[in-house]
Design a binder for this molecule. Structure first.
Ligand SMILES: CC(=O)SCCNC(=O)CCNC(=O)[C@H](O)C(C)(C)COP(=O)(O)OP(=O)(O)OC[C@H]1O[C@@H](n2cnc3c(N)ncnc32)[C@H](O)[C@@H]1OP(=O)(O)O
Length: 414
């Protein structure tokens, strides 16, 4: 018999040990700079441990207390599911399934209505009601073709701000402040609790600690964006042909700041290419390049997965951008639940109540998670054969209703 139980601070050591065994890695050396500290971010009062009848811990899961920005710049609490692992000897026996069931019940008991995660493999979490909701990619720009075209719009003005180069360790508070302003206005973005900045600002524990920061200030000297980056070793020569400047994240509160930071990055000597991580395929930077093909989009993938734990609460929490009515018939096979809801949107706000009316769409919790932030259109999932549209106009109606003013985006790693 397997016991699934909630953890306390006393379990931290066994929890970390079990998680490392699940990933086949040894614990970090706590004496190294920053090493081990990463684990201090795990909230042990939100952990789950799977323990065998003879007392061996074989599975872990936990959740961070994040805030998530919804369409309409609404900031709500969201559980960030993390450190999920089952030791290899005990896999495919339902341990994860039991932990997910325990965790979802616990989140509901706490009154949470949304949980999110980053999936190590895309085949794991759909069965638990999570749907991919934001996507990411990277833009690789060859330095030799990196010229930015002059803007053609009559009102485009040259950047009147400035860029300063700092070390990540010396400007933490400024970064924290800029990131916080950015994420509150960006649907799909997640808060970074203060201690995350001590823990290398959301970088995976295996990432190198040091980063350069290009900090942008507006004409009044107020910081309004930054790019955190590192160069690969060496100079481009006959032996080492590729030297890459990798930008982990570009956080900009406005387009001018983003453009100035991109110009700064692309102006670097002694590199052959710049990689902008977390720059989606439709980003304006591609259009700013004089040579459109100088920017190559790659590593496109899902990023944030979303699960709704309370459908009416989640649907009424987000902002809406078109009036209308839609009846959604939602199945939640993992939790064994089913509900039919009338969603009515007026002036940016929604009401969502149980109804007996004929549905416009039938979908499951996974699909609702995918369309919730506006990053996936309902009609895409109708065409994929996952959502059922009950009449010809239903998909278009749902697309119009779920559409958002800005596409959701998340670049926080956890
Ligand atoms: C948010 C995060 O933390 S992401 C990190 C996830 N963790 C990892 O990737 C670490 C390495 N992997 C593991 O530890 C484990 O394989 C886990 C946690 C992914 C799965 O744990 P298990 O206890 O084996 O899962 P469980 O037995 O409950 O599986 C449930 C179902 O999912 C399927 N499944 C689970 N994991 C996988 C997978 N990686 N690939 C394919 N199918 C999977 C199982 O086959 C099973 O299907 P079924 O219901 O049709 O029989």
């Amino acid at each position: 018999m397997m016991e699934i139980r909630s953890t306390t601070e006393q379990d931290r050591e066994v929890f970390v040990d079990t998680f490392h065994a699940a990933f086949g890695r040894f614990p970090e050396d706590t004496t190294e700079d920053g090493g081990g500290a990463w684990w201090s971010a795990v909230e042990m009062d939100r952990g789950v441990l799977a323990v065998t009848a003879d007392g061996r811990a074989v599975g872990t899961a936990a959740a961070y207390s994040f805030e998530l920005t919804l369409p309409g710049e609404v900031v709500v609490p969201a559980a960030g599911v993390t450190v999920v692992g089952v030791v290899p000897s005990h896999r495919r026996r339902g341990v994860l399934t039991a932990m997910m069931r325990h965790q979802l019940a616990e989140l509901r008991e706490r009154g949470e209505f949304l949980s999110v995660l980053l999936a190590s493999e895309a085949v794991i979490y759909r069965r638990f009601g999570y749907g991919p909701a934001t996507y990411t990619g990277r833009l690789t720009v060859s330095r030799r073709h990196a010229e930015l075209a002059a803007p053609r719009a009559g009102d485009a003005r040259p950047d009147s701000g400035s860029v300063e180069v700092l070390r990540s360790g010396e400007c933490r508070e400024v970064l924290e402040e800029v990131y916080d302003r950015y994420r509150r206005a960006q649907p799909g973005a997640i808060s970074r609790p203060r201690r995350w900045w001590d823990l290398r600002a959301g970088q995976p524990p295996i990432a190198p600690a040091q980063r350069y920061i290009a900090l942008h200030r507006d004409a009044d000297g107020v910081p309004d964006g930054y790019a955190s980056y590192v160069l690969s070793d060496g100079v481009p020569d006959a032996v080492r042909r590729t030297v890459t400047l990798t930008v982990d994240e570009t956080i900009a509160l406005n387009d001018e700041a983003f453009t100035a930071l991109a110009r700064y990055v692309l102006g670097h000597d002694l590199i052959t290419e710049a990689v902008f991580k977390h720059v989606p395929a439709d980003h304006p930077l591609r259009w700013q390049l004089a040579d459109f093909r100088a920017g190559v989009v790659g590593a496109e993938m899902d990023w944030l997965w979303v699960r709704l734990l309370d459908i009416p609460r989640a649907l009424t929490a987000r902002g809406w951008f078109a009036d209308g009515e839609l009846v959604l018939d939602v199945d939640d096979p993992f939790l064994g639940e089913h509900g039919r809801y009338l969603l009515t949107v007026r002036d940016g706000k929604a009401e969502c109540v149980p109804t007996g009316r004929q549905p416009d769409l039938s979908l499951d919790a996974t699909d609702l998670g995918s369309i919730y932030l506006g990053g996936t259109t309902p009609s895409t999932l109708v065409r994929a054969g996952h959502i059922r549209a009950h009449h010809p106009a239903a998909a278009t109606l749902a697309d119009t209703l779920f559409r958002t003013d800005q596409p959701p985006h998340c670049l926080h790693w956890f």
